[in-house]
Ligand binder design. Structure first.
Ligand code: BG6
Length: 789
């Protein structure tokens, strides 16, 4: 009976092999660190999981090492492989023996080597009568080697018809958007998108891989909670105790943002923030939803980041890269970033991403902290853990290490009892005395994996099963770089805060946020002002008041100037609303007003926005959603933070009948009519202008044929700079305003400031010189750089 059963099983197995076919796995860089530490073990685990399920396998460890040396190295690695703890030792030894026999080393370098490999695979298939299912090439090699290997695989080592090819790539995938795109284009010339599996090993960490299944299996409980009304903040954290010693040549080029935040933490962020697809086992749906999450990320500003560098870092770079003693690196080894997701689900919820080397502990987690909106009437002593709504409520995906020492999913008992797959997750046994995130572990429903698995084993299994959603697609990769590159560029010369490393960091790296800004809690300890007799600091200056072109001039350092102007605008607004019930403000575009708008948006809580009408001084002839559009600037830096009734917002109609600024569409006339209908006497309460280096103001440029005089209140004009076509308020309309403020900032404006100070009324030459409100007031706001040079 037993013999019959074995024969049947064997036959079934043979048939299945016949059905499923043979898979060749080629590990490139098979003698390298990653391969030795994780990849061989992952391949062995794949073999253990899949053997007997219908596939046959061969494993080719490839490298540039000579055949003899390579064979010895591989034999050593294969000997050290281990089976899961619960496997019977005899069975383990048998399977390990099989795996060792199926694995061989080969020297792989030239195109001919790849051709020979392909021939050998085909010969084996023929000899054993197997059908080929597919080939996996795992690139565990530095990226500079990618192109040559990819070319050889594509030209000489593709599997036959009907069999699949999968190539697995390891980061870094570029250094910024442009380099990532170049690399992607190059790889795309050899491989189809579905053939490429870009690894982010964090997607293989068990707690991270559990985020979507957890959200799916607990939909009912989470549906009402997973949004801005209930989530106070999300923390995505990866702390390390190790530093970058030994790899500073890599680290100098990348730094912590490129090394960890752009990839690992961003991937996690999208898993938390994305809309949950109806069917999470559809890779396509998951990837699409992930991409949508990227599109909802609000662009980062310099102020969205705090940077640090452990003190020994520059010394290590000097030593490892033979740099002179005078060399100091600016590469951050610590970063905290504040991210906002601009959609209805997450608007206003801070997502804090943080990672660093040489910190006090090694730990990784994603913590979703819920708002506490309850008041508990009874004394704290009587609160019951799973019922009291006053105790903290949080969900934590614990990636590993730290106090707990293993991956886990934790849910506060006063939230809900979660459902997790009981085959792979078990409840954590009580650990008296252990506190996590401010609460004893007994306050949580806590689960950990039944069998802890290394991330690479998880991912190798996903590659084998074609689970593309655990990998980074080209679109996803580029979307991430689109998000991070502007911030990286803006931080390129930022000096990171130095920290001693380890427990000594104390509170030095703690940071806090207000609005969209992040800053360290503690002031820098170094003395910035060297003492008496030294050069004056910005704060030593007072706001200066004088006259410029016969009108009041206010001059200060930029921050104070912006504060003063914002205060003045608020005061004007309050006065206007008190007198007339409304305030009409016309704003210019460009970069100078950006800090002003942000200051108004985030620091002026008494501003009467509900009674304010916002008008545009000028506009570029581009669609309103174009980043070049002045209205888009207004939207990005002001409108999205404040509450103005939408009928009080008046963009210029540059885009009518699906075309831009066509004379026949009469957009300028339409705007003029709107002004005359809503603004008493067409007299704005306040017009904010700038001054260009050529003396232009609004979109009125030197020698402009329209707008410098005449009767047309709003005109179409041309700018010497792109985009050339513009719409602008005319000087006569501007001069009807009750008040005009001209904001001039930066050293580049110094020369024009001097020229205009001496000019008479010459609007054709210097349009700004034509600004002179007929019965209103003109005030100049110049920073010291523009005014004093
Ligand atoms: C790698 C980074 O991607 O991730 C390393 O390059 C970092 O700098 C490592 O140390 C952390 O991974 P893990 O699995 O140890 O958390």
């Amino acid at each position: 009976m037993f013999t019959v059963a074995v024969c049947m099983a064997f036959l079934a197995c043979l048939q299945a092999q016949e059905l499923q076919g043979h898979v060749s796995i080629i590990l490139l860089g098979a003698t390298g660190d990653l391969a030795k530490k994780y990849l061989w073990q992952g391949l062995f685990q794949l073999y253990l999981d899949e053997v007997g399920k219908g596939y046959s396998f061969s494993f080719h460890g490839a490298a540039l090492t000579s055949t003899k040396q390579g064979q010895e190295l591989i034999a050593k690695v294969l000997e050290s492989l281990s089976c899961p703890e619960d496997m019977e030792p005899g069975h383990c030894a048998e399977l390990k023996g099989q795996f060792q026999r199926l694995s061989q080393y080969r020297h792989l370098k030239t195109n001919e080597d790849y051709m020979a490999l392909s021939k050998d695979i085909e010969a084996q298939l023929q000899h054993e009568g197997l059908r080929e299912a597919g080939r996996i090439f795992y690139f565990s090699v530095p990226p500079f080697a990618y192109a040559d290997i990819a070319r050889s695989i594509n030209s000489s080592c593709r599997p036959g018809p009907g069999a699949w090819l999968r190539v697995v790539l390891e980061k870094p995938f570029g250094h910024d958007y442009v380099s990532a795109q170049q690399l992607a284009t190059e790889l795309g010339s050899f491989f189809q998108e579905e053939e490429m599996y870009r690894v982010d090993h964090y997607l293989g960490k068990q707690a991270v891989a559990q985020i979507l299944p957890f959200r799916d299996q607990n939909r009912k409980a989470l549906d009402g909670l997973w949004n801005r009304h209930h989530v106070e903040r999300v923390e995505i954290i990866m702390k390390e105790t190790v530093d970058a010693e030994g790899r500073t040549s890599f680290y100098e080029e990348y730094g912590v943002i490129r090394d960890v935040l752009q990839n690992h933490l961003t991937e996690v962020l999208t898993l938390v923030a994305m809309e949950l697809p109806y069917n999470i086992s559809s890779s396509k749906a998951v990837l699409q939803h992930k991409l949508q999450a990227f599109q909802a990320l609000r662009g980062l500003q310099k102020g969205s980041a705090v940077l640090g560098q452990y003190q020994a870092y520059s010394r290590q770079v000097r030593r490892e890269q033979q740099k002179p003693d005078s060399f100091y690196s600016l590469t951050p080894t610590f970063a905290g970033i504040l991210v906002h997701v601009d959609n209805l689900r997450w608007e206003g919820v801070p997502f804090i991403l943080m990672s660093g080397k040489a910190l006090d502990e090694r730990v990784g987690y994603i913590r979703i902290l819920f708002r506490n909106q309850a008041y508990c009437a009874q004394n704290e002593k009587r609160w019951v853990v799973d019922q009291s709504q006053c105790l903290p409520r949080q969900i934590i995906f614990y990636i590993g290490h730290g106090e707990l020492g293993s991956p886990a999913v934790l849910v506060s008992r006063n939230l809900f009892r979660p459902s997790l797959p009981s085959k792979s997750w078990k409840e954590v046994e009580g650990r008296p005395g252990l506190h996590l995130f401010g609460r004893p572990i007994s306050d949580y429903y806590a689960y950990s994996p039944v069998r802890e698995q290394d991330a690479y084993s998880v991912l190798i299994s996903h590659i084998f099963h074609g689970r593309k959603d655990s990998f980074i697609t080209t679109e996803n990769l580029l979307a991430s770089w689109v998000f991070w590159t502007p911030l990286l560029d803006s931080l390129a010369h930022e000096v990171p805060r130095l920290y001693p490393g380890g427990a000594e960091n104390g509170f030095l790296l703690d940071f806090e946020f207000s609005g969209a800004q992040l800053r360290f809690c503690q002031q820098q300890l170094e003395q910035l002002v060297p003492g008496p007799g030294s050069a004056p600091m910005p704060s030593n200056f007072q706001v200066l008041t004088a006259k410029y072109r016969e009108s009041p001039l206010i001059s200060a350092w930029p921050e104070e100037l912006i504060s003063k102007l914002a205060d003045d605008i608020e005061a004007t607004a309050v006065r206007a609303v008190r007198r007339f019930g409304e305030f009409h403000l016309a704003l210019s575009g460009g970069s100078s007003p950006v800090p002003l708008l942000e200051q108004l948006a985030t620091g002026h809580f008494g501003f009467p926005w509900a009674q304010t009408h916002l008008w545009l001084v000028d506009e570029r002839c581009v669609p309103l959603w174009d980043p070049e559009s002045n209205f888009q600037g207004l939207q990005a830096h002001l409108l999205r933070y404040i509450r103005v009734p939408y009928y009080n917002i008046h963009p210029m109609p540059v885009h009518l009948h699906q075309r831009l600024c066509a004379e026949e569409d009469q957009g300028a006339q339409m705007y003029a009519s709107e002004i005359s209908a809503l603004v008493t006497n067409s007299s704005f309460d306040l017009v904010l202008l700038g001054m260009g280096t050529d003396g232009h103001t609004a979109s009125l440029f030197p020698q402009s044929p329209a707008g410098l005089d005449g009767t047309q209140p709003v005109v179409l004009t041309r700018s010497p700079y792109k985009p050339h076509q513009r719409m602008s308020l005319s000087l006569p309309l501007i001069n009807r305003a009750r008040k005009v403020a001209v904001l001039v900032m930066g050293r580049v404006k110094r020369e024009i400031t001097m020229l205009v100070s001496r000019a008479g009324h010459e609007p054709k030459k210097w349009p700004i010189s034509g600004v002179l409100p007929s019965s209103g007031q003109l005030v100049w706001y110049m920073d010291y750089e523009a005014f004093l040079g």
